[in-house]
Design a protein around this ligand. Structure first.
Ligand code: ATP
Ligand code: MG
Length: 230
């Protein structure tokens, strides 16, 4: 009797402030149909990460509601919420331990086959097999040679394995070399299929693959359109 979310999100009159003097989101309204890929852009301090944290229930709105498939996030069982909504942040991502354990964090009861399948899906299997101890290699070991792009792929494999209805991704700002950039972009497309995704996008290539681009300024959506419109 696991609850499976479709991934439709609705914000109604959402207000949020970290401190009483300064409202970050003033009456925020937004509807995201299930399966849509959103690129969220806007200047620094606009409230993008705050929005992401509200969806993950890091914080709750002071007024209004955020609903997943019509259900207020506050009335979801924490276990259902964690299964339905996964956030991948820039601070990423990896704890010290093996590559395999890092991927398995997405699904604690995963078998080795599932871990490998997730790595393959996002194109991480090859480089993992080239590490000194394959899936048993320590990600934080000095000289372990896990690059920034590879770390992203490992975190993508973890999210793929978790298979949430809603994925929130705060895209890394660090620049990647061109081969890694291409790999990460391909992995991203695989990861986005069949789920709702909100990507706080720092790359034009990411904005281009979104169904919808939202531009946020001072806690409000000031533009809402397709990548071609903007
Ligand atoms: P960036 O592009 O730089 O990541 P952002 O759009 O993600 O910016 P937020 O991190 O959501 O912006 O921040 C929105 C506002 O809220 C900023 O003015 C920020 O200083 C403030 N803020 C963020 N986190 C906190 C916090 N924990 N306590 C108080 N204020 C905060
Ligand atoms: Mg941010």
């Amino acid at each position: 009797d696991l609850w499976e979310a479709n991934g439709e999100l609705a914000f109604r009159g959402v207000e949020f402030a970290y401190t009483p003097e300064r409202v970050i989101l003033p009456r925020f309204d937004l509807e995201i149909p299930a399966g849509q890929t959103i690129a969220l852009v806007g200047s620094t301090g606009a409230g993008k990460s705050t929005l992401a944290k509200l969806i993950s229930r890091f914080y709750d709105p002071s007024d209004g509601s955020i609903r997943l498939d019509g259900v207020d996030l506050r009335s979801l069982h924490p276990k259902d919420l964690r299964r339905a909504i996964v956030m991948v942040t820039q601070e990423a991502y990896l704890f010290s331990g093996s590559v395999g354990d890092n991927i398995a964090l997405g699904k604690p009861d995963a078998t080795n086959e599932e871990i490998i399948a997730a790595a393959k899906a996002v194109g991480a299997h090859e480089f993992i097999m080239a590490l000194p101890d394959g899936y048993d290699s320590d990600v934080n070991k000095r000289g372990g040679r896990v690059s920034a792009g590879q770390r992203q792929l490992i975190s993508f494999a973890r999210a793929f394995l978790a298979d949430p209805a809603v994925l929130i991704l705060d895209e890394a700002t660090a620049s990647l070399d061109i081969p890694s950039e291409r790999l990460v972009q391909e992995a991203l497309q695989t990861l986005l299929a069949d789920r709702t995704a909100i990507i706080i996008a720092h790359r034009l290539s990411t904005v281009a693959i979104a169904d919808r681009v939202l531009v946020m300024e001072h806690g409000r959506i000031v533009e809402d359109g397709t990548p071609r419109d903007l």
